[in-house]
Design a protein around this ligand. Structure first.
Ligand SMILES: C[S@@+](CC[C@H](N)C(=O)[O-])C[C@H]1O[C@@H](n2cnc3c(N)ncnc32)[C@H](O)[C@@H]1O
Length: 266
């Protein structure tokens, strides 16, 4: 099968298992973020159980998507215990697709994986475990939405608590303004030049059109005409294109793989 410009429907682990060794020049992808929604927890039964549990609630909880990890609950020891299990399960799953990805990548192939700032470490460790080595954590800086934690002052005001004013300005999280991109690489054949000659990849285009040297912060790809699609996925802002141009030398031989293509924004 020719994998160039193909969209293949299926579980990426089994689809990649059909692909030849050392055939992909790079991978730029955005897997699920482990907000409690992979594997067995990602089924209708569990979703319905949770919806049933909150059906009489008058709060906004109902409007928060299942699996976001934000739908209420206190971050206490009991919550963390369950969360830890989920993290281990997620890391193991990342190793499953990571192993196939490693096999299909050419030596020197860069792999850039979008993930939340809270979960990127799990992806990084899983990909290191299957053979890649870490190059960087790139920052995709974007304009962000509202902080999603608890405003202590508002909470106390609602309780008519006398300390409400004292806690004005205190919150339980930061406003998230960047998305992490874990950048790993499949080991070189011998050195950069030999790898480049043999596989066509391994080095990055770091001088920008304006002459600046590309830093590990990627930003400023907002395009008005993409506004609609931008509401779906941040990569639609053009950061994917920039990553491809930076990480992959232009050549008909170089195929970029996205195992989690989803609705196809990339
Ligand atoms: C964070 S989204 C990526 C969105 C993507 N960039 C797009 O434009 O739709 C992750 C995607 O991975 C898909 N996915 C989850 N598990 C998968 C698997 N085992 N194989 C292939 N795709 C999977 C989900 O359906 C979801 O569309």
């Amino acid at each position: 099968m020719n994998y160039l410009d193909q969209i293949i429907l299926g579980d990426c682990v089994s689809v990649m298992s059909e692909m030849p060794n050392d055939s992909m020049a790079a991978c730029i992808t955005d897997p699920p973020y482990n907000y409690e929604f992979i594997g067995r927890k990602w089924d209708n039964k569990e979703i319905n159980r949770r919806l049933e549990r909150i059906k009489d609630s008058k709060t906004l909880v109902k409007n928060i998507p299942y699996g976001s990890g934000l739908a209420g609950g206190v971050r206490n020891a009991r919550w963390y215990e369950r969360n830890q299990e989920n993290t281990i399960e997620y890391t193991n799953w990342c190793k499953q697709w990571g192993r196939e990805l490693f096999r299909v990548c050419k030596h020197g192939a860069p792999v850039a994986v979008f993930n939340s700032t809270r979960t990127a470490a799990h992806i990084q460790v899983a990909l290191e475990d299957v053979g890649f080595y870490t190059r960087d954590i790139l920052v995709y800086r974007r304009h962000s939405g509202i902080p999603k934690g608890l405003n202590l002052n508002s909470k106390l005001e609602k309780m008519n608590h006398p300390d409400a004013e004292k806690w004005d300005g205190w919150h339980t999280c930061f406003r998230n303004e960047w998305e992490s991109i874990v950048l790993v690489q499949k080991p070189l054949l011998n050195n950069y030049w030999e790898t480049l000659q043999e596989t066509g990849v391994g080095v990055f285009k770091t001088i920008n059109e304006d002459g600046s040297f590309q830093s590990n912060i990627f930003e400023g790809y907002y395009n008005k005409s993409e506004k609609k699609i931008r509401t779906l996925y941040c990569q639609a802002t053009g950061v994917d294109k920039k990553l491809i141009l930076t990480l992959v030398p232009k050549s008909k031989e170089n195929i970029v793989l996205d195992p989690f293509a989803g609705s196809g924004t990339t």
